[in-house]
Design a protein around this ligand. Sequence first.
Ligand code: 13P
Length: 287
Amino acid sequence: MLVSATEMLKKARDGHYAVGQFNINNLEWTKAVLFTAQEMNSPVILGVSEGAGKYMTGYKTVAAMVKAMVETLNITVPVALHLDHGSYEGAKACLEAGFSSIMFDGSHYPIDENVAKTTELVKLAHEMGVSVEAEVGSIGGEEDGVVGAGEVADPAECKRIADLGIDFLAAGIGNIHGKYPANWKGLDFDALGKIHEATGGIPLVLHGGTGIPADMIQKAISLGVSKINVNTECQLSFAAATREYIEAGKDQQGKGYDPRKLLAPGFEAIKATVKEKMELFGSVNKA
Ligand code: 13P
């Protein structure tokens, strides 16, 4: 059974750790994240971007696959299936498809429009027991064609959105999707502290978890971050392990071309990355 992310993130906030959101792209990804969460006895959030949803042939396919896998693999740790950076239409489609959590990213709208759309989606989602993440101040970098300028969120706007009854809030604090450039200035902890204070303890979400140094992760958690999103890092470790397999010519030995063999090193690499992040975020044995 899937659960909303509300309870697991309140527990994380109170227990001073963070729950990882790991984005999924296909069956191998989903299986790797679920197995690792169970092995680590950690709560977990499976993130699905609109692009990944489309790639997997739609939100209904994704919800059916994830629900069946949780049941068949006897996954007993809390699992939330969450729309990542959803549009207004995408959020509604995920509610219909059976997701247990949605993000509405209205950060590119003027604040009044972000407020109006977030308010409507909170009402619809909460009627169905689904949790809602909203965003203020866009995240830098590019993700599925959505390009953010990496601005830092305004604490007053964060308070306005947090007060709409959302369950957790993503606020830009200089974080970026994808790899961080060599001249990255780091997270803006001054801004994070002010946002944390202004929003009265609502669990905060840190996007762009790939490549943030461990000490910054820990400081962010101490300032109210309860959910950390990781996508690119699993893609990089999957790609590196697959490359190594092919470069070693293993796909040409015996039945090494069988996808169940060809994709196995990448699968193990995703598991290793997820395990490392769960240890860093402190969610191990918090199921
Ligand atoms: P990364 O791809 O940088 O890990 O960011 C993931 C993310 O924030 C998904 O919303």
